[in-house]
Design a protein around this ligand. Structure first.
Ligand code: AMP
Length: 224
């Protein structure tokens, strides 16, 4: 069993709260979760139990890996309703919230932290992780991905960002980036921020071999 003190790095995975229309979306999410556990890494994710998101968490946690889900109260109130510890804590914290509320470990979803809003969740996910991976998903996934990409571009962090382009799911998005480069809105160097993998192993390799592209804006955020 991997614990927070023994893991070498934490990977934040953004992905759909739905399953999509191909079994491979959830199957490969499960596999990625298992591989993260096997490597002795940890998983940070959005804390839900549904869709691709639930699959990656269960894959990691049930393989003995460290999982930390960070989720706003408004979202968790709609799911994981059968977990007593979580529900007791949720009731206590709803009127008396002090920023973030840790929930005891679940076998399937690891540690959960309840937060007040989406901004707190994304800040915590970003700060706690050493790399970001986007699996197939919808608006939520894209928004989370683009936030860490723009933060990278602004030198707020320099952590690897990898898209898992399963079955060409992200082809149109990658084409959009190429178009933005050729239209002069994204620099050639910033076009290298996102690395792309087409297999689960490839995702792990991209994280391990990530080279920070030069040429970002050199802004100072220390005093912000
Ligand atoms: P989407 O790609 O639109 O399905 O949104 C997925 C992302 O939005 C996840 O990474 C979560 O951070 C967040 N999200 C959306 N729905 C839920 C949910 N039911 N439970 C937890 N997080 C959710």
């Amino acid at each position: 069993m991997t614990t927070e003190s023994t893991i070498s790095k934490k990977i934040c995975v953004f992905c759909g709260s739905g399953f999509g229309n191909k079994p491979a979306y959830a199957d490969d999410a499960t596999l990625l979760g298992q591989k993260i556990a096997e490597k002795g890494w940890g998983l940070v994710y959005g804390g839900g139990s549904t869709g691709v998101m639930g699959a990656v968490a269960r894959g990691c946690a049930t393989s003995g890996g460290y999982v930390h889900g960070i989720i706003p109260e408004a979202l968790i109130a709609r799911e994981r309703t059968t977990e007593d510890a979580l529900n007791t804590k949720l009731k206590e914290s709803i009127d008396n919230h002090d920023g973030s509320t840790p929930i005891p470990d679940s076998k399937e979803y690891g540690k959960t932290t309840l937060v007040k809003d989406m901004h707190t969740r994304k800040r915590m996910m970003g700060e706690e992780s050493e790399a970001f991976v986007a699996l197939p998903g919808g608006y939520g996934t894209l928004e989370e991905l683009m936030e860490v990409v723009t933060w990278f571009q602004l030198s707020i962090h320099n952590k690897p960002i990898v898209i898992y382009n399963l079955d060409g799911f992200y082809d149109n998005f990658l084409k959009f980036i190429d178009d933005a480069i050729s239209s002069g809105f994204v620099s050639q160097k910033n076009g290298e921020i996102i690395r792309v993998a087409t297999t689960v192993e490839g995702v792990l390799n991209e994280i391990e071999n990530y080279v920070v592209p030069e040429g970002r804006f050199n802004l100072n955020w220390k005093d912000a």
